[in-house]
Design a protein around this ligand. Structure first.
Ligand SMILES: Nc1ncnc2c1ncn2[C@@H]1O[C@H](COP(=O)(O)OP(=O)(O)O)[C@@H](O)[C@H]1O
Ligand SMILES: N[C@@H](CCOP(=O)(O)O)C(=O)O
Length: 318
C-alpha cells in the first residue's frame, strides 16, 4: 500500500474545473509506488494517472515534467503531462505538488525476451536524441558526487570484503570520470532508472517509459548500462544474457550509433550502473527513511551484478 495522501471524487469535483478533461468519474489508488501517491483517474474524456508528490518539491518538478512533455512532443512514448487552462503542468492538491499525465496502455514485462529488449533499446536511443535540445539542465542527483557522499555513510555497516569492493570501485570510477575517454562521452537528459517495472508493453509493443523522477543529465551510455543491467541479466546470478543484451544494443545502435569513446567506456560504465544501485539499496537498507512502508530492495543483487561486470567479459557495443 503506498497511497500516502488519500484523494476521493469529492476532492476533485471543483479541482478538475481547471482542466478540459470533463467530469471525474472514478479514482483508484495505485498500490505499487514507493515515492508518491498515485491514482488511476477516469474522467469523461479518458484515463489518466494523478500523482501527488510526497518527496519532490515544486521547485524540483519542472525538470521532470517539462522533460516528459518535451519528449512526448518529439514522438518518444512517455506519459504526457496535462496542462490546465493556464497552460501549467505542475498543480497543487491537498497543499502538495501534483500532476495529471496520460495513462499508458499495457503492463510491465517482467520476463523480457530479446524482442522486448530491442524495443527498449530503440526507444531509449530515440529518447536520448530527442532530449538533446531540452532547455533545463539538472545533474543526475544519483551520480558520482552522491556515490562519494554516500560511500562513507554505508561503509561502517559492511563486512570487510564488501568494504574492499566498494572502496575499490569508487576509486576506479573516480579515475574513469577524470579520463579523456569520459570527456568524449555524449551526454544529456537520461532516465537513469529504466528498469523492467518502469516500461509498459502491450504484448510485444512498447507503449511507454514512465517514472522519470530519477532523471537528470548524465552520459547516455550510463543510461544504456543501467537498462542493460536490469533487462538483460539472469536475475538469480546477475550474469549478462548475451542474446538480450545484443538485441538491446543493436537496436539502440541502429537509431543512434555508439561512438568510439562509448565503446571503450562500456565496461567501466556497466560497473558504474551496478555501483549506483548497490549504493542506493545499501543506503535504504541500513538507513531506512522514517515511516518507510515497504521492504527495502535487496542490496546483494547489485553487489552480485557489480562483481559479475568486473570479473567477466561484456558484449561489445557493435
Ligand atoms: N502513466 C502511467 N500509465 C500507466 N500506469 C502508470 C503510469 N504511471 C504510473 N503507473 C502505475 O503506477 C505504478 C507506480 O508508479 P511509479 O511511478 O513507479 O511510482 P513511484 O515513483 O511512487 O515508485 C506503476 O508501477 C504503474 O503500474
Ligand atoms: N529501481 C531502483 C529503485 C527505484 O524504484 P522505482 O520503483 O521508483 O523505479 C532499484 O531497483 O533499486
Amino acid at each position: 500500500m503506498a497511497v500516502f495522501t488519500p484523494v476521493n471524487l469529492d476532492d476533485l469535483t471543483d479541482w478538475m474545473h481547471q482542466f478540459k478533461l470533463g467530469k471525474p468519474l472514478a479514482i483508484k489508488g495505485i498500490a505499487s509506488g514507493i515515492e508518491n501517491s498515485n491514482f488511476f483517474l477516469t474522467t469523461e474524456t479518458g484515463e489518466f494517472v494523478l500523482t501527488i508528490f510526497e518527496q519532490l518539491s515544486f521547485a524540483q518538478l519542472p525538470f521532470y515534467l517539462h522533460l516528459m512533455r518535451h519528449l512526448a512532443e518529439r514522438g518518444v512514448l512517455v506519459p504526457v503531462p496535462i496542462a490546465n487552462q493556464q497552460g501549467e503542468i505542475i498543480h497543487t492538491l491537498h497543499g502538495k505538488p501534483a500532476s495529471i499525465v496520460t495513462k499508458l496502455e499495457g503492463a510491465s514485462q517482467l520476463d523480457p525476451r530479446p524482442v522486448h529488449c530491442a524495443a527498449v533499446g530503440a526507444m531509449l536511443a530515440k529518447m536520448h536524441m530527442a532530449g538533446e535540445d531540452f532547455g533545463i539542465r539538472q545533474p543526475n542527483l544519483r551520480g558520482l558526487d552522491w556515490w562519494q557522499a554516500t560511500t562513507p555513510v554505508v561503509l561502517p555497516y559492511l563486512p570487510e570484503d564488501q568494504q574492499h569492493l566498494l572502496r575499490a570501485e569508487i576509486h576506479a570510477q573516480e579515475a574513469f570520470a577524470a579520463s579523456a575517454i569520459y570527456r568524449q562521452l555524449p551526454h544529456g537528459p537520461v532516465h537513469a532508472d529504466l528498469f523492467r517495472n518502469n516500461v509498459m508493453f502491450d504484448g510485444e509493443r512498447l507503449t511507454g517509459f514512465f517514472d522519470f523522477y530519477f532523471a537528470g543529465c548524465d552520459t547516455w551510455i550510463f543510461d544504456v548500462a543501467v537498462t542493460v543491467n536490469d533487462w538483460c541479466i539472469d536475475l538469480e546470478t546477475g550474469a549478462l544474457d548475451f542474446a538480450r543484451a545484443r538485441a538491446m544494443l543493436d537496436a539502440y545502435h541502429a537509431v543512434r550509433p555508439f561512438n568510439e569513446a562509448e565503446k571503450h567506456a562500456w565496461k567501466p560504465v556497466l560497473q558504474a550502473g551496478a555501483l549506483r544501485f548497490w549504493l542506493s539499496r545499501l543506503y535504504d537498507f541500513h538507513l531506512p527513511r522514517e515511516a518507510e512502508m515497504l521492504t527495502p530492495h535487496d542490496p546483494t543483487h547489485f553487489e552480485r551484478i557489480l562483481r559479475q561486470r568486473i570479473e567477466n567479459p561484456v558484449p561489445q557495443l557493435y
